[in-house]
Design a protein around this ligand. Structure first.
Ligand code: IMP
Ligand code: MG
Length: 176
């Protein structure tokens, strides 16, 4: 099989959209400090660009988690591979994710973080793939809504490849 990538959003388009999201976040959080949480590894490129464009004071932390929602285990299982370093109690937390697909990961993660008594908890995602949703997750900020296709680049991978592509593209598998 050969892997072909078709560009969907250029680096320029993505960065323009990130600027818009950052302005909206600046307005919504006026007078506050935002605690940005990067969900590793996919959101790291989006996260750093977004953080640089926000003009309010921010603090950052990192977390890595994955959910099993494929029938072998209940969708309510969340595996934390790396937990946050700092407490979030009393903080205005903004979770930054690469893509929301079934919604299982964010649904569970949000539940877990809500138990830790953040002052507020919002979600910002670069991409939203609503056609595949299995559970509802409230998304506060979305970069782009994508069709039901497998996408890579700008942090997103296929078998750990393509994360460093500066654009987002659709992955096509063709017989060679
Ligand atoms: P969810 O729990 O199904 O919403 O899973 C979301 C996670 O699956 C994302 O954080 C990605 O790591 C991965 N994922 C879902 N769709 C794609 C895709 O199209 N390309 C790359 N990774 C994806
Ligand atoms: Mg992810």
């Amino acid at each position: 099989m050969k892997e072909i990538i078709h560009e969907m959003y250029s680096e320029q388009q993505i960065e323009r959209r990130i600027c818009e999201l950052a302005s909206q976040i600046d307005r919504d959080y006026e007078g506050k400090r935002i605690h940005l949480i990067c969900i590793l590894r996919g959101s790291v490129f989006f996260f750093t660009e977004l953080a640089k464009k926000i003009t309010l004071p921010v603090t950052i932390d990192f977390m890595s988690a994955s959910s099993y929602g494929d029938g072998t285990e209940s969708s309510g299982t969340l595996k934390i591979k790396k937990d946050l370093d700092d407490d979030i109690e009393g903080k205005d937390v903004l979770i930054v994710e690469d893509i929301i697909d079934s919604g299982n990961t964010l649904y569970e993660l949000r539940k877990l973080l809500m138990e830790r008594k953040a002052a507020s908890l919002k979600i910002c995602t670069l991409l939203d793939k609503p056609d595949r949703r299995e559970v509802e997750v409230p998304i506060d900020y979305t970069g782009f809504v994508v069709p039901n296709e497998f996408v890579v680049g700008y942090g997103l991978d296929y078998a750990q490849k393509y994360r460093n592509l500066p654009f987002v593209g659709r992955l096509e598998m063709v017989e060679d």
